[in-house]
Write a protein that binds this ligand. Structure first.
Ligand SMILES: O=C(COP(=O)(O)O)N(O)CCCOP(=O)(O)O
Ligand SMILES: [Zn+2]
Length: 311
């Protein structure tokens, strides 16, 4: 069933487990996510970045938003598990409005690169507009290192828990993404993975609302190996280990953003298939292994997050 993201995350918050928020850019990834959720009887959040809207709409973000709502609703309405659709890292008003108008379950207003007062002001406006349309809202405090929407942050700026308390009270935002040391992409840590659990615990204590972990992919080594055996070069890739991910869920993370792990699995399957099947040119064949590997990493992640059976 197609639901508001708040329905999924309020339950996860109450019962203390994590739910995967899986990024998609096309139909094939939606297949993998829905199949994994059905098989594991797990809720799923499907999310699209602004780049995904442009990509699927072939340049028109309004068309992209409408297309994703139609595709996701079609699958959501044909299965029992709760499925929500979220706009990830909405930073331009046009994209946020396009998704609200199209019928998204939730939108993220990412004003984390603006000063706090501005972030509060913008988020307040989006919350008012979105709530009027029964759409829930995610916001971000602090900054991930790396590139986000062509904004390069040299290093992460960790969340200030007292700012988080004020931010949530003043904006009435539904979910908050506190920066605690992760970053987007496949190269998250130079040395050992280290997240600021104390800060996370404080933010949860002070806000009590569902929290979001961005940059949460683990960079599954099984998939890295298959991809590298078939021509990929992912040297130095490192993600958030599963045991650390479990700890973030224990300390209050409920929405776990996962894009890189899906991309790695997909390219591993695609490379392996193409190298082993030089005569094949049917997309229904050459995308099949890619989908299977992506579905597998999603199901494994549902086990790690403890969202299995939580429908
Ligand atoms: O937090 C994450 C993913 O983190 P991950 O890289 O660890 O999977 N996200 O919000 C996904 C961001 C994807 O944006 P784009 O489509 O512009 O590349
Ligand atoms: Zn993110």
């Amino acid at each position: 069933a197609y639901v508001n993201t708040k329905v999924i995350l309020d339950k996860a918050n109450k019962e203390g487990y994590g739910v995967g928020a899986f990024n998609v850019n096309n139909l094939e990834f939606i297949h993998a996510i829905i199949e994994a959720g059905v098989e594991k009887k797990s809720p799923v959040i499907i999310q699209t970045s602004q780049g995904a809207l442009k990509y699927a709409g072939d340049g028109d973000v309004y068309r992209g938003a409408r297309l994703f709502v139609k595709m996701v609703r079609e699958f959501a309405d044909s299965v029992e598990i709760p499925v929500a659709l979220n706009l990830d890292h909405g930073s331009k008003l046009e994209n946020i409005m396009a998704c609200i108008q199209a019928g998204y379950s939730s939108v993220m207003i990412d004003a984390s690169h603006s000063p706090l007062e501005e972030n509060i002001a913008i988020t307040k406006d989006i919350v008012r507009i979105a709530h009027a349309a029964n759409v829930s809202v995610e916001a971000e405090l602090g900054q991930l290192a790396g590139i986000e929407d062509d904004v390069v942050a040299e290093h992460s700026v960790l969340v200030d828990p007292n700012e988080a308390k004020r931010f949530v009270e003043e904006t009435k935002v539904d979910f908050l993404a506190p920066a605690i040391g992760t970053s987007h992409g496949a190269f998250k840590f130079k040395g050992t993975a280290k997240l600021d659990f104390d800060r996370l615990k404080e933010v949860k204590e002070l806000t009590k609302i569902p929290l979001v972990l961005h940059g949460a992919s683990s960079v599954v080594q099984e998939m890295v190996k298959i991809a590298e055996a078939n021509g990929a070069d992912f040297g130095g890739s490192k993600g958030v280990p599963s045991d650390i991910l479990k700890e973030t869920v224990k300390y209050g993370i409920n929405k776990v953003n996962t894009d890189t792990d899906l991309r790695m699995a997909y390219i591993a399957g695609l490379r392996e298939f193409l190298n082993n099947n030089p005569k094949e040119f049917d997309p229904r064949k050459y995308f099949a292994t890619a989908k299977e590997y992506t579905k597998k990493v999603i199901m494994d992640r549902m086990e790690v997050l403890d969202s299995v059976g939580k429908i």
